[in-house]
Design a protein around this ligand. Structure first.
Ligand code: NAI
Ligand code: COI
Ligand code: MG
Length: 356
């Protein structure tokens, strides 16, 4: 089995190193090949998603991805900016289904900024559509306004759009995921304002006819953001578009104690996938050796479960993570008085030691 390793920028290489060590410690003899991506791809080959990197990703059975982005590239023209690498991989590989499980490990109930009783026992799944919406819609750009109150001025514009097929296929993923859990699905939209999301709501409602055993409700995204903080345990599975999912999943991350705890799987229709933490390249802490590698290690576990058909090995990694948390080891983002502060490498090494 071949795994493409794409560390990327900022803390990407630091956290991916730890996940690779954990995978190697399983002793399953994976074939792993690394390639530069994001700012690192631009620096090496003049493009954030070099051809050879895309080819490696296409040929591999699964992809382990760190993060891309670096302030020093923020002034490049958009097509050359690091973020185009992850957007390009998602689009090229048809990774339309992004699964972001927000689980609070009991040991971290005090690490969340919310009261323990609000978050303890939290186990929700956010399903984010990943290859459509305003992130990919065209046209987009900056132009001279030709109508409205600001005619003649420059205006920025993007296009929000969803095709019926795109909504149907993510709705099926969400209903099927709900069937395997508590059979409750919340579809998050902004149907009160946006045509795209009225259409989304109508299609999800139609797909629901095929899943009568799942209870479906609809919620506006602003309310959903509030409810996630007020009473997050009321949710089971949430499904939403690309942009709302991006924002809500970062909010959900804090329910788990830290964005450094939230893994993700981005899947195509055959469960080939790219696995990455939900966070970015964290340039503010890059190179300091303090990034939390657990979201990336847990993403590697998701890779074993969803793409490589090795659920027992995924369990091994997840149990090892539980064990190191029970041992009291904490990177600074999840540190509390009475626990032991460790760095990225020490945390990764502890997970390797905890594998049984
Ligand atoms: N999939 C990807 O590659 C993504 C890339 N980005 C890019 O990352 C760069 C930084 O973006 P930000 O908005 O700052 O988001 P970010 O997620 O990188 O960082 C937000 C905050 O969370 C902290 N943080 C993130 N991951 C952490 C970890 N594992 N351990 C401890 N603390 C952690 C950071 O230090 C920072 O204070 C930008 O260039 C952005 O475009 C952002 C999100 C996803
Ligand atoms: C480049 C961004 C769309 C990445 C991001 O924020 C995410 O996937 O969560
Ligand atoms: Mg994001």
């Amino acid at each position: 089995m071949k795994i493409a390793i794409l560390p990327g920028d900022g803390i990407g290489p630091e956290i991916v190193d730890q996940a690779v060590n954990v995978l190697n410690a399983l002793d399953l003899k994976f074939e792993m090949e690394s390639a530069p991506v994001g700012g690192a791809g631009y620096a090496a080959h003049g493009h954030p998603l070099p051809e050879a990197t895309l080819k490696l990703a296409q040929e591999a059975d699964a992809i382990l991805f760190g993060a891309v982005g670096d302030w020093k590239y923020d002034t490049l023209e958009r097509s050359l900016r690091p973020e185009q690498a992850i957007l390009g991989l998602r689009k090229n590989l048809n990774l339309f289904a992004n699964l972001r499980p927000a689980i609070l490990y009991p040991e971290l109930s005090g690490a969340s900024t919310l009261k323990p009783e609000v978050v303890s026992g939290l186990d929700i799944l956010i399903i984010r559509e990943l290859t459509g919406d305003i992130y990919f819609g065209k046209p987009r750009g900056v132009r001279i306004a030709t109508d409205g109150a600001f005619v003649g001025e420059r205006e920025g514009y993007d296009t929000m759009r969803y095709a019926e097929t795109e909504i149907r296929r993510i709705a099926h993923v969400a209903f099927q995921a709900a069937q395997k859990r508590d059979k409750r699905l919340t579809s998050v939209d902004k149907a009160n304002v946006l045509e795209t999301f009225q259409f989304w709501k109508d299609i999800v409602t139609d797909v629901h006819k095929e899943y009568p055993d799942v209870a479906l409700d609809h919620m506006y995204v602003d309310n959903a953001a509030m409810q996630l903080i007020r009473a997050p345990k009321k949710f089971d599975v949430m499904v939403t578009g690309n942009m709302f999912g991006d924002i809500l999943s970062d909010a959900a991350a804090m329910l788990t104690g830290s964005i450094g705890m939230l893994p993700s799987a981005s899947l195509d229709k055959n469960n080939k996938g790219l696995y990455e933490p939900s966070h970015g390249s964290a340039p503010d802490i890059a190179g300091k050796g303090i990034a939390n590698p657990l979201a990336t290690i847990l993403s590697a576990a998701m890779m074993l479960r969803f793409s490589l058909g090795l659920p027992e090995q995924a369990d091994r990694i997840e149990n090892a993570v539980k064990k190191v948390l029970a041992q009291g080891l904490r990177t600074p983002d999840i540190y509390e008085a009475g626990t032991t502060k460790v760095g990225t490498v020490e945390m990764g090494e502890a997970v390797v030691r905890a594998l049984i």
